[in-house]
Design a protein around this ligand. Structure first.
Ligand code: SF4
Length: 492
């Protein structure tokens, strides 16, 4: 089975490419064509400069963005750029932006000033902006008017066109802006790099149909589109043959996977099929929406040993009144019933969640409902957020915005309770011997390595870097609040 890189090499050394007078229409061949043109350009520049050309991909936001960045880095590497993290030494820099909260936009505008100073020193520097923030029309207008030094602007629906857009900028000489208001296809078989050789994210769907009233994602990522199961399985097999042992199935709402396919397939069925791929030892997935979490999925999690005993299940609020205003389409009782069924089927399951404090109209009673859910579920950890008004979402124009001091007080009380639960849950594993996927050499002590348990808990233990990428048995000897110190259990 040829991997994408080999397919590209074969095409670029063919007459089809060498003699082509215009770009092919079909994808991904069209992008292979532009990768070929870029590669010639990079080569010419390298000869002129007497050095390699460097590219830096800077990612903001979620794992969906991180996976898109790996795809863009794959295209840049195939075109001959050398990836680097040093922004000040690059020839091309791309910011993959997030817009889920107001401060995400502010951070990007702040960084653009710095990029402008880099460009003044290095006029040939190419600056590209993409991601969710660029799907907002007012942002693109602002970039066109006030940040004219930016070279390429594109969105979330045409990431696959990255090579073509760079070529358009290089050959056209002026700012390229290409924002699609919706995606018309899922382009497969484009090159992608990977941050870790032993684990990888795998997109299973794009977009979201839920329109939670505070969330901008459906407006910037479009409607739900599921990848064909055979394309997902082919990618998982390729990754397994490339040494990957852990995959994270990614989607804004993985639980509704497959409903839009010509031949619908449930997420639970997809999990079963992915579990059959040899070489893959651990399967994780995010993000789940409680309204679509089926008993079939719960049973699959219990029955499939490769599926990790961890589920991220955002509750957002414990008050059914607020959940209705959020358009989450489940009640406190329904959520707790789900948790009850999950714990019955997978007794050692680790549950984590997202909670928003200060949603418009939230009363002290509503907040106490949230505290009650946290106490009842006793999460291993929680991502807690202060409500952030997003222009264009229904919640932004809702009355009764909660005063900051009230939000601050509630946030502090919630953090204290979450910390208590998390410490209690973490301490439960003391003395156990557990399988740990070794991920890296410890940042603070090079004689130690750091890895993750199946429930995502961090473990540090004395061992060499040769274990990175392997799942090894570790005895948990000391609990340090939210992580463990352990010792490697040597096979007899
Ligand atoms: S499920 Fe709700 S919160 Fe999650 S991405 Fe979709 S609209 Fe946003």
């Amino acid at each position: 089975m040829m991997d994408t890189r080999q397919v590209i090499e074969e095409y670029l050394s063919s007459d089809d490419f060498r003699l082509a007078l215009s770009p092919p229409e079909s994808e991904p061949l069209r992008q292979y064509y532009f990768i070929g043109l870029l590669r010639r350009w990079v080569h010419t520049r390298e000869e002129a400069l007497g050095r390699s050309l460097y590219a830096c991909t800077n990612t903001f936001g979620c794992q969906m963005n991180a996976r898109d960045s790996e795809k863009m880095e794959g295209v840049l590497t195939a075109a001959g750029f050398v990836p680097t993290e040093k922004e000040e030494e690059v020839d091309l820099i791309i910011y993959n932006t997030c817009t889920v909260r107001e401060n995400a936009n502010t951070r990007v505008y702040g960084r653009l000033g710095y990029l402008n100073s880099l460009k003044k020193k290095h006029p040939d520097l190419l600056i590209a902006l993409c991601g969710c923030m660029m799907q907002e029309a007012h942002v693109v207008e602002k970039i066109r008017k006030s940040y004219r030094f930016v070279d390429i602007v594109f969105g979330t629906h045409n990431v696959h066109k990255f090579a073509e857009l760079i070529w358009e900028r290089i050959s056209g000489g002026c700012m390229v802006v290409d924002i699609w208001d919706r995606a018309d296809r899922i382009v497969e078989d484009l090159p992608a790099s990977r941050k870790y050789f032993f684990k990888s994210g795998v997109n299973i769907s794009f977009g979201c149909n839920n329109f939670c009233s505070y969330c901008i994602v459906p407006y910037v990522r479009g409607r739900e589109r599921s990848r064909a199961p055979e394309d997902i399985l082919a990618e998982v097999r390729r990754l397994a043959s490339d040494g990957v042992v852990e995959i994270m199935l990614l989607g804004q709402n993985v639980n509704s996977y497959g409903k839009d396919l010509a031949e619908p397939m449930s997420f639970a069925e997809l999990l079963r099929r992915v579990s059959e791929v040899e070489g893959i030892e651990r399967i994780r997935f995010m993000t789940s929406h409680p309204k679509d979490l089926s008993q079939e999925l719960i049973d699959a999690m219990a029955a499939l040993p490769k599926v990790c005993r961890h589920l991220h299940l955002p509750v957002q609020s414990g008050s059914s009144r607020i959940l209705e205003k959020m358009n989450r389409r489940y009640t406190k009782e329904q959520y707790l019933d789900l948790v009850h069924r999950l714990k019955a089927a997978v007794p050692d399951i680790s549950l984590t969640t997202d909670i928003i404090v200060g949603f418009p109209g939230e009363t002290e009673e509503d907040f106490l409902e949230t505290m009650d859910v946290v106490r009842q579920v006793c999460y291993d950890s929680c991502y807690t957020f202060i409500y952030s008004k997003r222009t264009g979402t229904p919640a932004a124009s809702m009355p009764d915005q909660v005063p900051e001091d009230v939000i601050k007080d509630r946030f502090d009380r919630l953090l204290a309770l979450v910390g208590e639960c998390s410490a209690k849950r973490t301490a439960m594993h003391l003395g156990e011997t557990v399988p740990v996927l070794v991920e890296e050499v410890n940042d603070h002590d090079s004689h130690m390595v750091t890895g993750r348990m199946d429930n995502n808990l961090l473990v540090h233990f004395p061992a060499g870097s040769r274990l990175i990428g392997q799942i090894v048995p570790v005895r948990l000897t000391e609990c340090r609040g939210f992580y463990y110190i352990g010792e490697l259990v040597l096979e007899k």
